[in-house]
Design a protein around this ligand. Structure first.
Ligand code: AMP
Length: 226
């Protein structure tokens, strides 16, 4: 499943709900890249400046990361892509990978107003340890500034700062939004959901209504018996 939409459309939140329901992994290229930055490795050093500026990182680099991640055993029965593909070139690589593995794709496009996105992202806070996302307006932590799950002080992601958001939105408009037509023309299942005003759970219900949200893997880690 490809979760598609601008920054702040709720891809991360929906991914986490879908992971719980479907029992398949979330693959977030943004999270993977942030991990490399945190580790201070070669990939991290290559991408850090571009990410901080709100610019996309090179296609070849993310394609390689995704290809390696999809080869992991936990992705065998399916996966949720969050933040990938983001360019036509990435879309082409993904469709090739899926075809090679005889895998089907379902694309969920979360449609949101520009102003809603700006308001959402500026209120966003994240736990640097477990990655849980909060929002000062719609999903505040129980104790201000502290993660409910592990007590870690919450942070504003570098690329959620207001001046960077407009750059990210521009990148989305220029490089990513043409993928909608690309998916449509490739004949993949593509659904659009208005995610501007609905609560995260209402959006999740709509996604489940569109798909047959039966778990792909049961809690014991095996595929459910027919
Ligand atoms: P995200 O957490 O998905 O909003 O991604 C944060 C940042 O990581 C983006 O603004 C880009 O700089 C970079 N990034 C994440 N995914 C991709 C991708 N598929 N292609 C290029 N850059 C990406």
């Amino acid at each position: 499943m490809v979760l598609f939409g601008p920054p702040g459309s709720g891809k991360g939140t929906q991914s986490k709900l879908l992971v719980e329901r479907l029992g398949i992994p979330q693959i977030s290229t943004g999270d993977m890249l942030r991990e490399h930055i945190q580790n201070g490795d070669g990939i991290g050093r290559t991408v850090e400046a571009r990410m901080k500026a709100g610019l996309l990182v090179p296609d070849a680099l993310v394609n390689e990361l995704v290809e390696a991640r999809l080869a992991q055993p936990d992705a065998e029965r399916g996966f949720i892509l969050d933040g990938y593909p983001r360019t036509i070139a990435q879309g082409g690589v993904l469709l090739e990978l899926l075809d090679r593995n005889h895998a089907e794709a379902v694309v969920i496009h979360l449609v949101v107003d520009y102003n809603v996105v700006i308001a959402r992202i500026t209120g966003r806070r994240q736990c640097p340890k477990c990655g849980t996302l909060y929002n000062l307006h719609s999903r505040p932590p129980k104790v201000a500034g502290i993660c409910d799950l592990d007590g870690e002080p919450l942070v504003i992601r570098e690329d959620d700062r207001e001046q960077v958001i407009r750059e990210r939105m521009d990148e989305y408009r220029r490089q990513t939004s043409p993928l909608i037509d690309f998916f449509r023309e490739s004949g993949r299942r593509l659904y659009e959901i208005d995610a501007s005003r609905a609560t995260p759970l209402a959006v999740f219900d709509q996604i489940c209504g569109l798909l047959d949200c039966e778990p792909v893997i049961s809690h014991d880690g095996h595929a459910p018996q027919p």
